[in-house]
Design a protein around this ligand. Structure first.
Ligand code: PLP
Length: 341
């Protein structure tokens, strides 16, 4: 970012907003008599969750080597994408920039907020063309650039993220939903250097807890305080917070999950070779493959018929299907069918 301070990027109404404060949470007040929130005194899940998600943030901060004040927790990282758009983009006036193809939800939330969505077409290897980016970035209505690395649905990572942080006059969000599967470094280490960086991560993919709906934003204390101001106070429920804390205490859980997926990914890659309905398997840093088929319609329809659900990306990405790495028995069924076709 060249010369903007974060406050000049934030919408005026958000700058004026007073956060909803739960006295109990903000003072760590655990009284024997709790008559402040109109809850029921009975039942197992009768109390509101901690709106500040303190215990969860403390655990995460230790793991990620950041301060708890640099973490915001969302109902999935999806909610955080929505909140980030709302904080920085004035409806009917501002715009976001995103890679194309990339994760559709950036455009989805921007459109709901009545913001324009500018798309930066990737080249044939799904890389950003830097000169195209520099040209696009001149548009003064742009407030946020959503980078997805590794990118969904292409699987490759974005190189030289610092270039975009330096040359974009707004917020750069690096969505790292798949970072645990990649050998590339997380952008978390750039947080100290760039005040316009937000890194998104999630428990939905490598951690295997998509059902709990928990995602994280890491950024400067200033940006995080805006996210905390606009979020619904009780956005992450008690059961999810407890499940995540418990999972974080199981020391090798993540590494075990990731190793298994990476083994399966390597196995699948090997199996894809020599399958005649496959034209090209794109290289991946994530837990899925983007595959170009000889006859995508025939392959996809046949897989559906045999109850193997995959994600068709054609016609947006010509001839392609995105297939994620599953368990060995799922992967075997997939390979057997592809061989048959
Ligand atoms: C799956 C995915 C997410 C995760 O979203 P959650 O709301 O945390 O489940 C975020 N970004 C990308 C690019 C994804 O593919």
């Amino acid at each position: 970012m060249k010369n903007n301070s974060i406050k000049t990027l934030v919408r005026e109404n958000i700058l004026q907003l007073q956060p909803y404060i739960s006295f109990r949470d903000h003072n760590e007040f655990n009284a024997p008599v709790m008559l402040d929130a109109n809850e029921s005194p009975f039942g197992e899940c009768n109390r509101y969750p901690d709106s500040t998600q303190k215990k969860l943030k403390t655990k995460l901060a230790g793991l990620k080597k950041v301060s708890p004040s640099q973490i915001a927790i969302g109902n999935g990282s999806d909610e955080l994408i929505d909140l980030i758009v709302k904080i920085f983009c004035e409806p009917k006036k501002d715009a976001i920039l995103m890679m194309n193809p990339s994760f559709a939800m950036y455009g989805f939330y921007a459109t709901i907020n009545e913001n324009k969505v500018l798309k930066l077409d990737l080249d044939e290897n799904f890389e950003i063309v830097k000169s195209d980016f520099l040209k696009a970035a001149e548009d003064p209505s742009l407030k946020i650039f959503f980078l997805c690395s590794p990118n969904n649905p292409t699987g490759n990572s974005v190189d030289d993220i610092e270039f975009y942080l330096q040359n974009f006059n707004g917020i750069v969000v690096v969505d790292e939903a798949y970072i645990e599967f990649s050998e590339k470094k997380s952008s978390l280490e750039l947080l100290e250097k760039y005040s316009n960086l937000i890194v998104l991560q999630t428990f939905s993919k490598a951690w295997g807890i998509a059902g709990a709906r928990v995602g994280m934003a890491y950024a400067s204390e200033e940006i995080i305080s805006f996210i905390n101001t606009v979020k619904a106070p009780y956005n992450v429920n008690v059961l999810s917070q407890e499940l995540i804390i418990k999972t974080l205490e199981e020391e090798n859980k993540l590494q075990e999950n990731v190793s298994l997926i990476l083994e399966e990914r390597a196995w699948l890659k090997q199996q894809f070779e020599g399958i005649t309905c496959i034209k090209k398997v794109f290289s991946t840093d994530a837990n899925f493959f983007l595959i170009r088929m000889e006859n995508v319609d025939k392959v996809y329809t046949r897989m559906l018929k045999e109850e193997i659900l995959t994600s068709r990306r054609d016609p947006a990405i010509s001839g392609c299907i995105r297939i994620n790495v599953g368990s060995r028995s799922e992967n075997e069924k997939l390979i057997n069918l592809l061989k048959e076709i």
